[in-house]
Design a protein around this ligand. Structure first.
Ligand code: SF4
Length: 369
């Protein structure tokens, strides 16, 4: 697994680590949308033992473990294999509540499994398939290279109706074509998770959506979440593409308690949390390309923001990993200062270069959205 694959530019996975400023990083994919409590504790333990204890939730709903060393990459993978979490197949983003919420189309997980079984398919590293079965947490507004979406009892493949029995084969055929001629998938315009309780159809049960600040968990938080999922949910954690986690199968009477306990482990639980309007990457020093410390800057900027403020993308460098789409304001790190872009993405025409954080905050206040 090490060797030829250990180079920059790969989309990392469990078996293909990628080097960053704070060591090697790997990703653990949920299987059938789920990270079980057992797997979550194993990830937390291995992230502490073999990495630096920092775990991110990616916008493909993977867990990204940071700070591994060359000699700890293989022990980490072995720890994941021991709990059945070594999945290196095609990247499939499935409705987070599939298998728990009766409102998610019944075929969702079967379609994901059928596509995952097509192991001969050689897809580019960043190629993704999205399967949106609807329900209480639909993936509406998101698209990947190939998108299957349930709509009113039908399945749509990139918007065109497809018979459910043909859906996996048709999606795979389309993936093969697209893999040879990648196209630009429209970026997302907003990534804010709707934190809180999302009831299933009968209203008695549902899922609680929680988020770590800026998508970054500590291993101890992940371990505590596993305990909460077993105590008040169905024992599963479900990473979402909104850099958050859902605890599924929660009784309505328990959702307030669950949120109280989640706040005690420093998770965001309320949809009006001011930090939710900021999307940022890991930045410096953890990413070797980072030109500013993004988390500290994001915490500082959050203090002067209000609920409903337009999206702010704070990017450690011009690559813009955290948010491929446009944002109302994009700040790009440049030699320890910031480039200010309005209604665009990194690389678009800038309003100003070389600003301090205070100057950025003042500019955001002075120019109304
Ligand atoms: S945007 Fe730049 S600094 Fe941020 S994670 Fe990507 S490469 Fe690193």
């Amino acid at each position: 697994m090490m060797g030829a694959d250990l180079k920059r530019g790969w989309c990392p996975s469990l078996l293909r680590p990628m080097e960053s400023g704070d060591g090697w990083l790997v990703r653990v994919r949920p299987r059938a949308a789920v990270i079980t409590a057992v797997i979550a504790r194993a990830v937390a333990g291995a992230a502490t033992r073999y990495g630096n204890g920092r775990i991110e939730i990616t916008n493909r709903a993977n867990l990204q473990i940071r700070g591994l060393r060359p000699e700890t990459v293989e022990p980490f993978a072995a720890a994941m294999e021991a709990v059945g979490a070594a999945d290196d197949g095609p990247a499939i983003l499935v409705s987070p509540l599939a298998g728990s919420d009766p409102g998610v189309a019944a075929e969702t997980l079967d379609l994901a499994a059928a596509i995952a079984r097509a192991s001969g398919l050689a897809l580019p590293a960043k190629f993704g398939v999205l399967i949106d079965g609807g329900g209480a947490l639909p993936l509406a507004g998101l698209s990947l290279d190939v998108t299957l979406r349930a709509a009113g009892g039908r399945w749509l493949l990139d918007g065109a109706e497809v018979a459910v029995e043909d859906a996996a084969a048709r999606a795979l055929a389309l993936a093969e074509v697209r893999a040879c001629a990648p196209r630009q998938v429209a970026g997302r315009t907003d990534t804010r998770p709707a934190l809180g309780f999302h009831p299933y159809g009968d209203g008695r049960q549902g899922a609680v959506l929680l988020a770590p600040a800026f998508g970054q968990l500590q291993a101890t938080q992940l371990s505590s979440l596993a305990d909460l999922a077993e105590r008040l949910g169905d024992g599963s954690l479900r990473p979402t593409p909104w850099k958050s986690l859902a605890i599924a199968g929660v009784e309505r009477r328990d959702e307030g308690l669950l949120r109280d306990l989640a706040r005690q482990i420093r998770l965001m639980t309320e949809p009006d949390d001011r930090r939710l309007g900021i999307v940022t990457c890991v930045g410096a020093p953890s990413c070797s390309r980072g030109e500013v410390e993004t988390y500290a800057a994001a915490e500082s900027l959050a203090l002067s923001r209000h609920e409903g403020d337009p999206l702010l993308h704070l990017s450690g460098c011009a690559k813009g990993c955290a948010h491929p789409g446009p944002a109302e304001v994009t700040l790009v790190g440049e030699n320890g200062r910031f480039t200010f872009i309005r209604r665009g993405r990194p690389g678009n025409e800038a309003v100003a270069h070389g600003l301090t954080l205070a100057q950025c905050a003042a500019l955001m206040q002075s120019v109304p959205a």
